[in-house]
Design a binder for this molecule. Structure first.
Ligand SMILES: [Zn+2]
Length: 155
């Protein structure tokens, strides 16, 4: 008798006991998947997004993401470009964004949430810098204070 592995639980089954849906699934895994899909649709339709559900979902997504290539690390040239930007008074740069992105990504946040959080962080830091400028803080102190403030966000 022909046997195949279920793509989900990896157990061997006679082929006729498997279903072909995005690969092969045993009856038990298929039941489970269908249940998950039903739950998901129920939540989506009713707009119910329980925190525990979200956490579970993110955890699953993260598992998927782990098999994907990691976030691109910047080249030295790109970093130098960003450092130049800092010097020209653009304080919140791609480097900062990347740090925050990694932090929130590792916390398992959704992309939309990360973007929102980074936007808020940027606004906060922009105001922080504006305030220092109005206090006529010199460039060196400004850079130092900005870095201090920024490091609070990433720890
Ligand atoms: Zn299975």
């Amino acid at each position: 008798m022909m046997e195949r592995r279920c793509d989900i639980c990896k157990n061997l089954f006679p082929t006729k006991k498997l279903k072909k849906i995005n690969g092969w699934r045993c009856l038990e895994c298929n039941k489970q998947k269908r249940k998950e899909k039903r739950e998901y649709l129920k939540r989506e339709v009713l707009g119910i997004r329980k925190r525990s559900d979200l956490l579970k979902e993110w955890k699953e997504k993260r598992k998927l993401n782990e098999s994907k290539p990691k976030i691109k690390i910047k080249t030295r040239k790109e970093n130098i470009k960003d450092i130049k930007k800092i010097k020209s008074n653009n304080y919140f740069t791609q480097i900062e964004k990347q740090f925050l992105f990694r932090k929130y990504y590792n916390q398992g946040l959704e992309k939309e949430e990360i973007i929102l959080k980074i936007k808020k962080n940027k606004e906060y830091l922009d105001n922080f810098v504006k305030d220092l400028i109005t206090k006529q803080t010199n460039e060196e102190d400004l850079n130092k204070k900005f870095k201090e403030e920024f490091s609070k966000l990433i720890c």
